[in-house]
Design a protein around this ligand. Structure first.
Ligand code: C2E
Ligand code: MG
Ligand code: MG
Length: 707
């Protein structure tokens, strides 16, 4: 209330009265109420004053009759700016007829004389306030209309049947109709809407009226100016009469902007090629389709060779231009008609656009391929397209690309696997000397995936008895006779082929499988040795590898005893191979386990000697019987004098401690001769035999010395 009080009190009042005393008295009275008033002696003059001083209220002296009101109204009629100004007629007290005549003549309200200040104040106040409210409302409406015009939005309402539409000023122009006021019939309205959208709009309007549901809908409108526009309708049934009220907005620009943004967000800013996001979507869609229709598709990932060097030498701006150049060549190459690849049955392979995954990595999707060679042909063309050097800023740059290809579904049945494997194939291409392409093969699987898959497969292979034990002979250096064999695990997987124990033993260790597998090897090898004996094969020492995990397990001694008991094999025939890192544990405990093992009658050898923390003190402190010189030292004899020196030192050290020395990985006569000359006791290596199946061992052992 207070706010309104303050506001009305600043109101301006114009008095029109011929009676001078009346004018003066009224003005004084109003001023006492805190209002400003200007007085004129007739209507015409009063309004001339109003032009300079627009009033909030006109007070006219109608004591003599309603003519004064009528005269004022007539003068007001010529001044549209004042048309809304309220008129208060002063009438004689107790004359109801005079009051109603004044109202009929156009007065907004009447006030009796003699004045009662409170009555006068209340009338003046209420008229000024409502006049101001009306003015404000008018201004709001105008503002709203201009906002609606600018935003190309209009409010509308339709009767419950949807047969007639009333709209704000913009409504008709939005529909491409002339702006004349008046309702729009349903027929006319629908005739403006695009033929294909008409039915939907009609249905939505109808449903909205029937079910009382709001709706939102985009429709195109028939181009009047040749440019199709998109209008968004939002409607809601408001009120009990079922009228639908809503807004209509021209969203053409927004839609175009959205489309533009969508396009830009799918493009790589530097090269204009499809970007990673769009490519990933496309790939996902293509994989889905291929899966559904049981088709094949190929994914090609290309990485530029030595691009980093170009960047480092010439700077990033130059590097960017090289990338643009490559993109252009790839793109052109794919657009050339002769690149459309035909399969033998003349089916066309669809080459999609090249995309840039980021950095110097490009990718290409080939759908509908019948054979992987189709992808190879495309890769070949892309490589060929880079043959010509780039001429940039007076520099000649030659850039190649290494490419990896994966084929769905053989190499991966989802987006991730395909991309990962294409990457692995691309890396292989790099290591094959760059500027070439490679197809993905199972052997290229990235470490983590491969490891994960191998773990699962190994578990199953072990349960299904698919592991095998091979035996590699160890030969006496002087006599050339077999003295023993080392049991070595073998595993061949249908998908991955032969997998080296160097790869799967660590996996078994990580997966907690090494103990059961290790025990199985021990048991299998011991049964084998027993079987050889029964077949009449001369006794051979049987070396079995024991993983550090198995060694620390605590049940090894027990398991060993059990196996020896079950097989009845002479414990003296068995040698356990442990590695140096086993000895790194708690010394007393390690010695205690070793002693318990030795108490069963088996011997202990230190495998891969020289690769760990090889120290003479180990050999002295721990109860071991033999040392196996690691293959890595033997391999480079006689090329590497250091390896020769180490090997010679290990031999003499072991000899001094009266340990048997076995050299692993002996492949050449020179190596054997070197080892023999240094006093090595035994050799194990391809020079004599690789690890072989048990039946071969029996053959060889029966006919010893073999050479
Ligand atoms: P290791 O115990 O040092 O076995 C010797 C490795 O050298 C074997 O590899 C053998 O095939 C290889 N080798 C022998 N002579 C030559 C040669 O002249 N040239 C070349 N290039 N290599 C030769 P393999 O069978 O691949 O086994 C690798 C490693 O896997 C073994 O090294 C051993 O540490 C582990 N391993 C194998 N079987 C078992 C097992 O049953 N239990 C445990 N815990 N580990 C095992
Ligand atoms: Mg070994
Ligand atoms: Mg070894």
């Amino acid at each position: 209330m207070r706010r309104r009080d303050a506001s009305w009190a600043t109101g301006r009042i114009l008095i029109a009265a011929t009676d001078r005393a009346f004018r003066r008295d009224l003005r004084e009275l109003l001023e006492r109420l805190g209002l400003s008033a200007v007085a004129a002696d007739d209507a015409a003059r009063a309004l001339r004053a109003a032009d300079r001083w627009p009033p909030d209220l006109l007070i006219v002296d109608a004591r003599e009759g309603p003519e004064a009101v009528a005269a004022l109204q007539q003068a007001l009629g010529e001044r549209p700016a004042l048309a809304e100004t309220p008129v208060l007629a002063v009438v004689p007290s107790g004359r109801a007829d005079a009051a109603s005549q004044s109202v009929d003549a156009g007065a907004t309200d009447v006030v009796p004389v003699p004045f009662q200040p409170t009555v006068l104040e209340r009338r003046v106040r209420s008229l000024i306030e409502s006049s101001r409210d009306r003015l404000e409302l008018g201004r709001c409406r105008e503002r709203l209309e201009s906002i609606q015009r600018i935003a190309r939005i209009a409010t509308w309402s339709a009767d419950a049947e949807g047969s007639e539409f009333q709209g704000a000023r913009e409504f008709r122009p939005l529909l491409g109709l002339d702006p004349a006021p008046g309702p729009v019939s349903r027929k006319l309205l629908l005739s403006r809407v695009h033929l294909e959208d008409r039915q939907t709009l009609e249905t939505r309007l109808q449903k909205s009226a029937e079910a009382g549901e709001g709706f939102g809908l985009d429709t195109r409108i028939q181009p009047g100016d040749g440019l199709e526009r998109i209008l968004h309708w939002q409607g809601e049934p408001l009120g009990e009469d079922g009228r639908i009220t809503g807004v209509l907005q021209d969203i053409t620009e927004r839609k175009r902007a959205e489309e533009q943004i969508r396009l830009l967000s799918h493009r790589d800013g530097l090269t204009g090629l499809t970007n990673r996001r769009a490519f990933m979507q496309r790939l996902a869609g293509a994989v889905d389709m291929a899966r559904r229709h049981q088709r094949s598709l190929a994914l090609l990932v290309a990485n530029l060779d030595n691009f980093k060097r170009v960047n480092d030498t010439h700077g990033h701006v130059f590097g960017d231009r090289v990338l643009q150049g490559v993109a252009e060549r790839f793109d052109r190459c794919l657009r050339q008609t002769d690149l459309v690849v035909h399969n033998d049955d003349s089916e066309v392979v669809e080459c999609n656009d090249v995309s840039r995954l980021g950095g110097d990595e490009f990718t290409l999707l080939l759908t509908e391929i019948a054979r992987p060679q189709d992808a190879a042909r495309v890769a070949g063309r892309l490589i060929e397209s880079l043959r010509e050097p780039f001429q940039l800023d007076g520099h000649e740059v030659i850039i190649g690309a290494s490419m990896g290809i994966t084929v769905f579904p053989d190499d991966g049945d989802d987006v991730d696997a395909l991309l990962r494997n294409a990457d692995a194939a691309m890396c292989q291409a790099k290591s094959e000397g760059r500027n070439n392409y490679q197809f993905f093969t199972a052997a290229m699987k990235t470490d983590s995936t491969r490891r994960f898959e191998l773990e699962e497969k190994l578990c199953r292979a072990f349960e299904n008895h698919e592991l095998q034990v091979y035996y590699q002979p160890q030969v006496d250096m002087e006599t050339g006779c077999i003295t023993g064999v080392e049991a070595l695990l073998r595993w061949s997987d249908p998908e991955f082929g032969a997998i080296s124990p160097a790869e799967f033993i660590p996996i078994a260790e990580g997966a907690g499988l090494i103990k059961p597998i290790g025990e199985w090897v021990l048991r299998t090898a011991c049964w084998q040795a027993k079987a050889w004996r029964e077949e009449g094969v001369p006794p051979l020492r049987l070396a079995v590898n024991i993983s550090p995990h198995h060694f620390e397990d605590g049940h090894l001694v027990e398991a060993l005893n059990q196996v020896l008991w079950d097989t009845g094999l002479d414990a003296g025939q068995v040698e356990l191979e442990i590695t140096e890192n086993v000895l790194m544990g708690d010394e007393d405990e390690v010695i205690s386990i070793l002693q318990q093992l030795k108490d069963t009658g088996v011997s202990i050898s230190l495998d891969d000697f020289g690769t760990g923390y090889s120290s003479l003190s180990y050999l002295k402190r721990f109860p071991v019987d033999a040392v196996k010189i690691d293959r890595s030292f033997v391999r480079d004899i006689p090329l590497d004098p250091d390896d020769e020196a180490i090997t010679a030192a290990i031999i003499s050290m072991a000899k001094a401690l009266r340990l048997r020395v076995v050299a692993e990985g002996v492949e050449t006569e020179q190596q054997r001769e070197f080892l023999r000359a240094r006093g090595c006791d035994e050799i194990q290596g391809y020079i004599f035999s690789p690890p072989v199946a048990p039946i071969v061992v029996a053959e060889v052992a029966r006919h010893r010395p073999p050479r």
